[in-house]
Design a protein around this ligand. Structure first.
Ligand SMILES: [Zn+2]
Length: 248
């Protein structure tokens, strides 16, 4: 037998009452010329097996519309109103592909379960969020109270400061980006703008004899001890011990 036969030959092999397995998805990929041949030949009482019954004017659907099909084993008929009409008038028997339907149902069930799970998770997260929000609110309230107290204390302290100095200090604060008017010297640099401060100036700062401002940012500089911070660790110790090691 030849591997290739003509459309006419193929159509001539189809007889009344035969079962045909037809490829394609909604008419796409179906052997449309053969189907047209079967349609024109008027072969009847066919049982078709396929994915669907396509459309009234497309794919295997033309055989249904021409009343040539007595039974269709498919998994979808929704796109062909003729199939549904004939199913309702009991002219056409439909055997929906049970395996596909079962798989479809399983898929739907799995998804439903997933959705349920996600919902529970969302609920739990919402509770967490609510708790955190309440926590944050109480922290904010507390902070506000503290801020209020500090403001009060600030007002009290302002009364004890020479007005000229206070005005100057307020101007420095206003001009500094982080609102700090007084900074400490850290690692030989201004704690406000991080520019290096020469040793002599650092010495002057430590003497606490006069107010010294940073020449770069204008902030008042004080030594860490005055600010209540611990004295900086002397850096030389570590270096010296390491140097000793290399010598050995
Ligand atoms: Zn500075």
């Amino acid at each position: 037998m030849d591997k290739f036969i003509s459309v006419e030959q193929a159509v001539s092999m189809v007889k009344d009452g035969m079962t045909l397995m037809i490829g394609g998805f909604l008419g796409v990929g179906s052997a449309n010329k053969v189907l047209k041949g079967i349609h024109d030949a008027g072969i009847k009482n066919l049982t078709i097996i396929g994915n669907d019954t396509a459309f009234v004017d497309k794919g295997v659907g033309i055989l249904v519309a021409n009343h040539q099909v007595k039974k269709a084993i498919v998994s979808h008929i929704g796109t062909n109103p003729e199939t549904i009409a004939q199913l309702n008038s009991k002219e056409l028997e439909i055997e929906l592909d049970q395996k596909r339907i079962r798989e479809g149902n399983e898929f739907i069930n799995n998804r439903t379960e997933e959705i349920e799970k996600s919902k529970t998770e969302v609920d739990e997260r919402s509770e967490d969020l609510e708790a955190k929000r309440a926590e944050l609110e109480s922290i904010v309230a507390e902070t506000k109270q503290q801020e209020e107290k500090l403001r009060e204390r600030g007002k009290e302290l302002e009364l004890a400061i020479e007005p000229r100095l206070l005005t100057a200090f307020k101007r420095i604060r206003k001009n500094s980006r982080n609102g700090l008017g007084i900074v400490t010297v850290q690692r030989d640099a201004c704690g406000g703008c991080f520019n290096k401060i020469p040793p002599q100036k650092q010495m002057d700062i430590r003497m606490r004899k006069k107010i010294i401002v940073c020449e770069y940012c204008g902030r008042i500089m004080i030594d860490p001890e005055l600010a209540g911070f611990a004295k900086e660790e002397p850096k030389a110790t570590k270096k010296r011990s390491r140097a000793k090691k290399t010598e050995e």
